[in-house]
Design a binder for this molecule. Structure first.
Ligand code: GLC
Length: 545
């Protein structure tokens, strides 16, 4: 696959608008707030932003329960604010990608309200209904929250399907009218100047039509590899408007990704898959480095020449990488945050950075259930309590795993509330923001932020790091992750120690190589074979094969 598209040489930055910057003193981030931070994003060196959902919503699931696809939630601003923001981003040379929740609407959306009000009307078939009674659900299908995926509506003696919360009824993607609505919505935003979409949860779109019981009870998606045929109606509007199509595609394998990314017959340009970020879910005390190497390498190799990888280690649905992959304690926080940054960002593909990641921001780690806002976390707490699990145990799990860990407000200064707002924020700040904030890190050459700036600059300026082949190097040491990028005989080597222990490697000779970037002072890195805990090095590897 050629790499001539703008997004193949770009670095993306995900903004969670609720937590980026509050310009109107209500403790909630907003679009005019983002506008005031464009200089910062420019100084980071990114090329496009992905704005998480900002639509009017029922606010049940962090804005992904949309009530109107053609507006901005009033707490985030107005459409005029959005237009100003897009114009300002474009003037700064930054493209704008927005989120689109395709799988479901809010139960407050006019389509669903019309479906409830008139079972004979055209909107009923926008959703998925099956006959039911108050006590008998249509089948065993479960939502992602572990309860029934059906909610019974007594008036209609039927239940509607919801993969997520009951307030998020699933759309019926086999209905051409639904697909047509989405085409029009995409065109409407394209007319406002957006450059692309992140399509949420696309692997959920195609459900079984027999409504039979399934095992496990959440596996009611049918022939997922074929989901792109359901999306085919949307392709012309993307092509016509030159829109970047990013799919959130949890659970797909590399061969499906190849099909979905095929420029002629596929649908997406980039896919956010989660194989490499699920290790934190395992209750192992240490990161399984071998499994991580195998997973990331499998994706790198499978898409070589057949697709283009998307590189990320954080988003608004995951805990902070420095806390679950790295070590967020003491001196290792900065060092492991930088090591993780180098590890993923210099692989082949388009990197995404999630707000705060570039500061090495750790998990929120809240200690009281009252501090959590995320529906998923609150439901988890309730389920575990009901199952008799002790509260401290549940809270320690949430402190590791909750999505709120990464949704804390962005710390801009050392002032109260991290300078995010002068009003108490909707969610508490992460710990340590008196030290970990943009202002401070901008003036500290050893902080994580300048390291990210360097990484981005290097990634974009070295052709081999953009387009070169990825090759995993076996070091014979389980803590190390070493890979090479090669283009036309130009070799670059990334060496990362993914642990708190020093490592020694014998398997490669670096004597003729030039050290380009490291997260330790140069003298400490002088012994080629001794790799310190969480040390990361980038070499221009002169030795030719
Ligand atoms: C998307 C969002 C996630 C949300 C889910 C269900 O995957 O990223 O935050 O919970 O959709 O609406």
């Amino acid at each position: 696959m050629a790499d001539t598209q703008w997004w193949q040489h770009a670095v993306g930055y995900q903004i969670y608008p609720r937590s980026f910057f509050d310009s109107n003193h209500d403790g909630v981030g907003d679009l005019p707030g983002i506008l005031t931070k464009i200089d910062y994003l420019q100084s980071l060196g990114i090329d496009f932003v992905w704005l998480s959902a900002f639509y009017p919503s029922g606010n049940v699931n962090s804005g992904y329960d949309v009530t109107n696809y053609r507006d901005v939630a009033s707490q985030y601003g107005t459409l005029a604010d959005f237009d100003r923001l897009v114009t300002a981003f474009h003037e700064a040379g930054i493209k704008v990608v927005i989120d689109l929740a395709l799988n479901h609407t809010s139960d407050q959306h006019p389509w669903f309200q019309a479906a409830l009000a008139d079972p004979q009307g055209p909107y009923r078939d926008y959703y998925l209904w099956q006959p039911a009674t108050a006590t008998v659900q249509p089948n065993n299908w479960q939502s992602v929250f572990g309860d029934s995926a059906w909610t019974y509506v007594a008036d209609q003696q039927a239940a509607y399907l919801h993969t997520f919360a009951a307030e998020q009824p699933d759309l019926n993607w086999r209905n051409p009218a639904v697909r047509h609505e989405m085409v029009q919505i995409i065109q409407w935003w394209a007319d406002r100047g957006v450059d692309g979409f992140r399509f949420a949860g696309v692997t959920h779109l195609k459900k079984r039509t027999d409504f039979a019981d399934v095992t496990p009870a959440t596996a009611y998606y049918e022939d997922v590899a074929d989901t792109v045929t359901l999306l085919a109606d949307l392709k012309p509007v993307l092509v016509k408007n030159h829109l970047l199509a990013i799919g959130e595609a949890g659970g797909i394998d590399p061969s499906t990704a190849q099909r979905w990314l095929d420029p002629a017959t596929g649908f997406f340009d980039l896919l956010l898959e989660f194989d490499h970020v699920h290790f934190w879910e395992q209750a192992t005390p240490k990161l399984p480095v071998a499994a991580l190497r195998a997973t990331l390498s499998r994706w790198q190799q499978s898409l070589e020449g057949t697709g283009w990888n998307t590189l990320f280690i954080e988003n608004h649905d995951l805990p902070r990488a420095v806390s679950y992959y790295g070590n967020d304690q003491g001196e290792y926080r900065r060092r492991s945050a930088k090591a993780l940054g180098m590890l993923y960002l210099l692989m082949k593909g388009t990197p995404f950075i999630y707000q705060g990641q570039e500061l090495g921001l750790p998990n929120a780690g809240f200690t009281k259930i009252a501090d959590y806002r995320d529906l998923d976390s609150r439901r988890y707490y309730q389920r575990q309590r009901a199952a008799g699990v002790a509260e401290p145990q549940i809270l320690s799990q949430l402190a590791l795993r909750s999505r709120d860990n990464a949704r804390t407000p962005m710390p801009w200064t050392h002032q109260q509330y991290g300078g995010f707002s002068d009003h108490e924020p909707w969610l508490q700040m992460a710990p340590g923001v008196a030290q970990i904030n943009v202002e401070r890190e901008s003036h500290d050459p050893h902080a994580v932020l300048p390291f990210y700036q360097q990484l981005i600059r290097i990634k974009k300026s070295v052709p081999a790091l953009r387009s070169g082949r990825y090759e995993l190097i076996d070091t014979g040491d389980n803590q190390l992750y070493v890979y090479r990028r090669t283009l036309n005989g130009d070799n670059w080597l990334v060496v990362v120690n993914m642990s708190d222990q020093p490592a020694t490697t014998q398997n490669f000779d670096l004597t003729t190589s030039e050290l380009i970037l490291t997260n330790l002072p140069v003298d400490a890195a002088s012994d080629d074979r001794q790799i310190q805990p969480w040390e990361a090095r980038l070499y221009h590897w002169r030795r030719l094969e």
